[in-house]
Write a protein that binds this ligand. Structure first.
Ligand code: CAA
Length: 282
């Protein structure tokens, strides 16, 4: 597992809970240590909630190894990457791993919108490269979107499906097009909700209430945008816009403005809602 952010530690936690041995790397040793602490808390919670037997908790944590360099992955058979959503950074890591890992190792990216075919083409194992798109919070959400690149082999797709099923997730196979299915449908909805706020159709709370009470969504689109990160939402809208050249995918100017102002949602303490304590007045 490469990348100790919210998705990476959630995926590692889920793998450990289901009996896998996980080697975990992040360029930041501090991020890796704090991810390990969060995983330990998550496993403790699993025991409290009866999802894991008490004697399994210690064993699960013992199966986690923190790696200090990528060379440690020479024996690994399935790599999952969940690092920053930047093509060059991901390509750099996959390029390095391609030289380190054995020929049969499968590479999977948790990217939410970067082309799997393009990432695969930076390695010499494009047929063994697949998208494995988890959803936040990973231990809770049932879906894994399995994304087949242009030359991903059927065998690789089947291995990804089997892995997802062994984690008690429901894999859904899709082809590699911008936003796949999840974000091609979700992000325009969020973007449209931001247009509603920008145009004064309704306040954020009202937009969210409409979608929660009228459509039974667990979170309203703006609350969800804050949860995902407004920068991530904006970046995915740009991928859709650049990929399809269709104006319906243009990011809402208010979304752009909020990202420029550093209002990124929960992670920055402020987005459409205020998460700071005490709340910021304005
Ligand atoms: N991290 C980890 N676990 C979390 C969590 C978080 N941020 N938030 C909630 N949970 C856990 C809780 O601990 C609880 O687990 P326990 O069984 O251990 O108690 C469980 O989720 C349910 O939580 P709550 O009962 O407190 O709250 P809830 O019923 O309101 O559910 C929620 C919370 C699951 C987050 C729900 O609001 C929800 O489903 N929201 C929508 C989430 C969503 O759409 N995610 C996808 C985002 S898109 C994405 O990830 C991919 C992309 O490409 C952008």
């Amino acid at each position: 597992m490469i990348g100790a952010g919210a998705m990476g530690h959630g995926i590692a936690h889920t793998l450990l809970r289901h009996g896998y041995a996980v080697k975990f790397f992040d360029a930041s040793p501090k991020a890796l240590e704090s991810a390990k602490a969060r995983i330990a808390r998550g496993l403790e919670r699993d025991v409290e909630k009866g999802r894991l037997a008490k004697d399994e908790e210690e064993k699960a944590l013992a199966r986690l190894t923190l790696a200090s360099h990528l060379e440690s992955f020479s024996e690994s058979d399935f790599m999952i990457e969940a690092i920053t959503e930047n093509f060059e950074v991901k390509a750099g890591v996959f390029g390095a791993l391609d030289k380190i890992c054995g020929d049969s190792a499968i590479f999977a990216s948790n990217t939410s919108s970067i082309s799997i075919s393009r990432l695969a083409a930076t390695t010499r194992r494009a047929s063994r490269f697949v998208g494995l798109h988890f959803f936040n919070p990973v231990p809770v959400m049932k879906l894994v979107e399995v994304v087949a690149g242009l030359v991903t082999s059927q065998q690789t797709v089947e291995a990804a499906v089997a892995l997802a099923q062994s984690l008690d997730k429901t894999p859904v196979c899709v082809q590699d097009f911008p936003g796949f299915v999840s974000n091609r449908v979700l992000m325009p909805m969020i973007n449209e909700a931001v247009f509603c706020v920008m145009e004064g159709v309704a306040e954020p709370q009202a937009v969210d209430e409409v979608m929660k009470l009228g459509m039974n969504h667990p979170m309203g689109p703006l609350e969800l945008a804050d949860f995902i990160g407004l920068d991530v939402c904006r970046d995915i809208m740009r991928v859709l816009y650049d990929g399809f050249h269709d104006s319906k995918y243009r990011p809402c100017p208010l979304l752009e403005k909020m990202v420029s102002a550093g209002r990124l949602g929960r992670k920055s303490g402020r987005g459409f809602y205020d998460y700071s304590s005490p709340p910021v007045l304005s």
